[in-house]
Design a protein around this ligand. Structure first.
Ligand SMILES: [Fe+2]
Ligand SMILES: [Fe+2]
Length: 286
């Protein structure tokens, strides 16, 4: 287990001026699925922050590298969800009914999850944080296919977000090991978080896609269905073996995962394009 990491607090604010809910013209189905996932983040990431703040109180007294990383993790998650919340305003305006219904469900879900206790909250957090670096590799490995190299602000948001997810991949895992070290429960957390993400996002994406397909010709509708089926098959075909063969193993250490070379470069670029770095050691930046 590595005790120190290289997290950077980037004060990124993506400019969504002129962005539409159907921002992805290269792979519209990918746009709908990631829009549905985006809706979760202003509920999910505050839950992570709350969980990690509570974890900090439960760790041994005194300063430590892990506590410093928790602060930086919380800073990054805070920037993620505040940027996604602004994209979600655009998605909600285009699809008010499924989005407001979905958001009400998420509010209730995370209240229930918090009531299940800190071990559950941290296992859920760790579960998502185990899946997120895989998402990073998948997105950066398919930049062109998914229209993520378009320069669109929403595409940029996702690339910056998943690149930082890869950057802070060790934090929740190391905190979980410090506090609970329960292997089976960790696997449960991974499965539960993965189930929750897809149980929420697939039906929402299905509904917004149905809306979009009403404006398509019969031929375009068939192409759309085929593209969506290929997207899901590719995504699950990547995730499931990676989770089963690597991330769920007892000796899994997220520090061993190498970042995609383009992800590192994008983080520097994101800073130049949309933000500023916050000096380290300043506690948990607001
Ligand atoms: Fe995040
Ligand atoms: Fe994260």
């Amino acid at each position: 287990m590595t005790e120190t990491s290289d997290l950077v607090a980037r004060r990124v604010t993506v400019d969504f001026t002129g962005v539409r809910a159907d921002w992805n013209q290269v792979h519209p189905e990918f746009g709908h699925l990631t829009n549905a996932m985006s809706l979760m983040l202003p509920f999910m990431e505050p839950f992570f922050i709350k969980t990690m703040r509570e974890a900090k109180k439960r760790l041994p007294a005194g300063p430590s590298a892990l506590k410093r990383d928790i602060d930086l993790f919380n800073f990054q998650e805070g920037r993620h969800y505040s940027n996604h919340a602004r994209l979600n305003d655009i998605i909600r305006a285009a699809h008010p009914e499924p989005v407001t219904e979905g958001e009400a469900r998420l509010r209730a879900d995370y209240q229930r999850y918090w009531a299940r206790g800190h071990k559950f909250a941290l296992a859920y957090t760790e579960g998502f944080e185990t899946v997120a670096p895989l998402l990073c590799d998948y997105f950066f490995g398919n930049l062109h296919r998914f229209g993520l190299d378009s320069g669109e602000a929403a595409a940029y948001l996702w690339l910056w977000h998943v690149a930082e997810e890869h950057e802070h991949r060790t934090v929740a895992n190391y905190v979980y090991h410090e506090l609970y070290r329960d292997y089976r429960y960790r696997v449960f957390g991974i499965l539960f978080a993965t189930w929750h993400v897809f149980a929420f996002s697939l039906p929402i994406a299905g509904r917004t896609l149905l809306d979009a397909r009403r404006r398509m010709t019969a031929r375009e509708r068939w192409h759309s269905r085929a593209r969506y089926a290929r997207l899901l098959a590719g995504m699950f075909g990547m995730f499931l073996p990676q989770l089963a063969l690597r991330a769920c193993r007892p000796g899994y250490d997220p520090a061993d995962l190498e970042p995609h070379p383009d992800a590192r470069a994008l983080l520097d670029e994101a800073l130049a394009r949309f933000g500023e770095a916050t000096p380290r050691g300043a506690g948990e930046p607001a």
